[in-house]
Design a protein around this ligand. Sequence first.
Ligand SMILES: [Zn+2]
Length: 141
Amino acid sequence: MVSKLEKEALAFVKKKEGTKPSTRKIISLHNRSLKVGYRNINIQVVTPSIIKDNTNEYGEYFPHRHSIEIQTAQKPLDEVNTILHELLHVVIMDIGETQKGGLLADDETEEKFVYNVANYLTQVFRDNKWLLTYMQNKFNE
Ligand SMILES: [Zn+2]
């Protein structure tokens, strides 16, 4: 017969063995900045405002403030998708395609393009993690 104390000890050991120390470095987006073009884009992870609560927006790029706001408490994959999405807004605005005559001058066309590309890139990076490691290694060579 196993005593209650022995059961607890076994459960403790089993739990300990099951938890390997993580070697992953957790990087938060909050207060980070992205170097894009000639300036830094500051990232703030924010609690949704009352106005934004009823929308499906998980992030927003503010070109004049050089900042991106990311809604807090998203699922990890959604947060990745959101930062890629907002980064794409930054890039296509920087290259001038959102200006009059640009391929993405129409707001709906821009949003559709950014939405689809961000979704695809998120999926490709998630399903081919080796590619991110490969790129990091190549950047450091
Ligand atoms: Zn967007």
